[in-house]
Design a protein around this ligand. Structure first.
Ligand code: TYM
Length: 334
């Protein structure tokens, strides 16, 4: 048994992931990887809370796995697996749902946003989904959950549920901490910097996909909405410029304030063209490697099969403990 602390995190394969997912989550996982014992999950069960085309879901799941590895998640250091391969996630989720209040779920801003958009797609899983997320985390005695800003509220719920269970049935779950990066926790849309960058944005120019070609990335960055101030400052008054500075500072590993200083006396044109280049070059290796892995399905299969086996060993022990504590009769093999 390793005495390293435990990380759990996941991304939904509901489409092609964006620069926001990369900077807010994936790139930080890579940095934390050596210090922790890691579980990185492809949360396909979460993805079906909005309708998915089966063929696309299969493709996006394998692509996300390829992108995890291409970004530097090392299968020898981290357990990488597909959520639907480990049934204990859903089983624990049922138990936790029986202890979750409707009011708590109704207060989740992601649910409120999605339900405000309305439509026929409002299903009950969209409502209960934060409980499945809590199960993901709690099954592995997770210490730390590296996510973007938008997941913080869900993390609070996970902590509350863990505490509630522990109080009711005795100490069982570890109370997880959230980790958000200093820069990049909330990458904004390139077309509307008051909104977060999202793969479900109707306007394709609002987000950069990790699989966009260099030309597409450059075009999108050059079209990014800015302002009429005309000076490159790191300021809340200039959210479009601030967003680009934040993004570039992650790739350049300098503070966004220092980066802004490089553009004193220069216009937006020069800044945007450099920004476009920095992002395009920063993502190129991930895209190229991910494409290579996509051509090696046998390798991908080996990784997700081994990952599921390791994850299930841990998850099944925790679930048995939970079932016993709540009064379910243990199954006897005959
Ligand atoms: P998802 O798939 O929407 O996003 C995956 C990760 O990317 C982060 N992220 C962003 N970060 C910065 N700027 C953005 N514009 C941006 N957009 C997305 C998210 O914060 C997230 O870290 N419920 C989760 C997936 C999940 C999970 C878990 C995460 C399921 N179970 C257990 C952690 C632990 C979700 O929908 O993320």
């Amino acid at each position: 048994m390793s005495d390293k602390k435990i990380i759990f995190s996941g991304i939904q394969p509901s489409g092609k992931i964006t620069l926001g997912n990369y900077l807010g989550a994936l790139s930080n996982w890579v940095e934390l990887q050596d210090e922790y014992q890691n579980y990185y999950c492809i949360v396909d069960m979460h993805a079906i809370t909005v309708p998915q085309i089966p063929k696309d879901l299969r493709e996006n799941t394998l692509l996300l796995l390829s992108q995890y590895i291409a970004s530097g998640i090392d299968p020898n250091k981290s357990t990488i697996f597909i959520q639907s391969h480990v049934p204990q996630h859903v089983e624990l989720s049922w138990v936790l749902q029986s202890m979750t209040y409707m009011g708590e779920l109704g207060r989740m801003t992601q649910y409120k946003d999605k339900s405000a958009k309305g439509g026929e797609n409002l299903n009950s899983a969209l409502f209960t989904y934060p409980v499945l997320m809590a199960s993901d985390i709690l099954l592995y005695s997770t210490d730390l959950v590296p996510v973007g800003e938008d997941q913080k509220q869900h993390l609070e719920l996970s902590r509350d549920l863990a505490q509630r269970f522990n109080n009711r049935y005795s100490d069982t779950f570890k109370i997880p901490e959230v980790y958000t990066p200093k820069v990049g926790a909330r990458v904004m849309s390139l077309q509307d910097p008051s909104k977060k960058m999202s793969k479900s944005d109707e306007n394709e120019n609002g987000y950069i996909s990790l699989m966009d070609s260099n030309d597409v990335i450059i075009k999108k960055v050059k079209r990014a909405v800015t302002d009429s101030v005309g000076i490159v400052n790191y300021s809340d008054e200039q959210p479009g410029i601030k967003n680009l500075l934040d993004i570039c500072s992650k790739f350049e590993k300098v503070s966004p304030q220092d980066l802004a200083l490089r553009y004193q006396g220069k216009g937006y044109g020069e800044f945007k063209s450099d920004a476009a280049e920095i992002i395009a070059q920063g993502l190129r290796p991930v895209r190229e490697k991910a494409n290579e892995y996509m051509n090696d399905k046998a390798y991908l299969e080996e990784i997700y099969s081994q990952g599921a086996q390791k994850a299930e060993e841990v998850a099944s022990k925790m679930l048995s403990k939970v079932y016993k504590k709540i009064g379910f009769i243990p199954k006897k093999r005959i």
